[in-house]
Design a protein around this ligand. Structure first.
Ligand code: SF4
Ligand code: SF4
Length: 335
């Protein structure tokens, strides 16, 4: 395995990630036309999409994401996307002024009884059991429908039309110099990914984009992280933190996205997270010590770098380190 040193600090290790594929941000699918040879991929100085994720909840992911955004906003254009749509909370720390609210709807089928012959094809094709045909009656379960459109496409009688069902909103605004976007899944809805997709449609690639991702490793995390240039994984040095970090690393590696680790509350637990990162060639880019001052700021709804501005330089260095890792990766030979 060929590797290069991250060179960010004493905890930085080799990283060898040579994927040349990129995901199309617009539709979330692998776009063959976007497979760019690494030698031809020119690094744009001010453009970078960083997702901030964590396998485990409560590790300080939003603390890192908001502090990173605030620190970098002094250097240029920054856009912050809160993709933790089931419980977005970055607004507490960034205090944006919301200027626009857009509905997010998924198309659900509506059947014209006059045209329907009850052939059952729509029910057979639906992978989510959202439409059922019983003798002379057709039932649609909107909350199970994922809006894939297969039933209306395959209906031989063109008996199915679609209507929008609201599942959430996308809010856009500003927090001083930071462009702010957040998704909100409506209460009782179970499909966060269409809302996340709509949030990511707002990405402005002219500057730094920071995406706050939900905890875990399920579909919302994959939807949020794919297409990013780098994934920052925030963890804590405990057995739970390590366990969930390993799952998160597996997920981002499957997506072929380079990653690095921030250890929050360093000083508690043990050194197994460090050892794991060393063994897996994952750079540890920043250690944030356990400190009651940080917890106090957090409880008052203040971003870490607002109450402790001396940390801004560390977050700027963190961003520079990520940029360097991506640059090294884009120039690394294919494995
Ligand atoms: S596929 Fe069309 S015609 Fe057949 S049962 Fe469904 S809605 Fe009716
Ligand atoms: S749109 Fe897709 S998910 Fe919804 S009922 Fe039709 S086939 Fe099922």
């Amino acid at each position: 395995m060929s590797g290069t040193r991250a060179g960010i600090g004493p905890e930085s290790y080799c990283i060898c990630l040579a994927c040349r594929k990129r995901f199309s941000m617009a539709n979330g699918f692998l776009d063959p036309s976007s497979v760019v040879p690494s030698a031809e991929r020119e690094w744009q100085k001010n453009r970078m999409i960083i997702s901030v994720a964590s396998g485990k909840g409560g590790t300080g992911k939003t603390l890192v994401a908001t502090s990173l955004a605030l620190s970098l906003s002094a250097r240029g254009r920054v856009q912050f996307l809160d993709c933790d749509v089931e419980e977005p909370n970055a607004h507490i720390f960034l205090k944006p002024v919301i200027e626009r609210v857009d509905q997010v709807c998924v198309p659900v089928p509506e059947v014209d009884d006059k045209k329907c012959t009850y052939c059952g094809k729509c029910s057979q094709v639906c992978a989510y059991n959202a439409i059922a045909v019983i003798p002379k009656q057709i039932l649609v379960f909107p909350h199970l429908c994922h809006g894939c459109g297969a039933c209306s496409y395959l209906c031989p009688e063109q008996a199915i039309s679609e209507r929008g069902r609201e599942i959430g909103t996308v809010e856009t605004g500003h927090s001083n110099d930071i462009e702010f976007v957040q998704g909100k899944l409506s209460v009782g809805q179970a499909m966060p990914t269409p809302v996340i997709r709509r949030v990511k449609e707002q990405i402005n690639c002219d500057g730094m984009v920071i995406i706050d991702v939900s905890a875990g490793t399920s579909c919302p995390v994959v939807e949020s992280v794919k297409g990013c240039d780098f994934c920052l994984l925030v963890t804590e040095p405990t057995p739970f933190g390590l366990n969930d970090l390993t799952l998160a690393v597996e997920t981002v590696r499957e997506l072929k996205i380079p990653c690095g680790v921030v250890i929050n509350r360093a000083g508690i637990g043990d050194n197994k997270v460090q050892a794991y990162c060393f063994g897996e060639n994952i750079p540890v880019l920043l250690n944030i010590p356990i400190d009651t001052s940080i917890a106090r700021l957090y409880s008052r709804g203040l971003a870490m770098v607002e109450g402790m501005p001396q940390w801004k330089e560390s977050f700027i260095r963190l961003s520079d380190g990520i940029r360097e890792l991506i640059r090294e990766r884009s120039g690394s030979p294919k494995r």
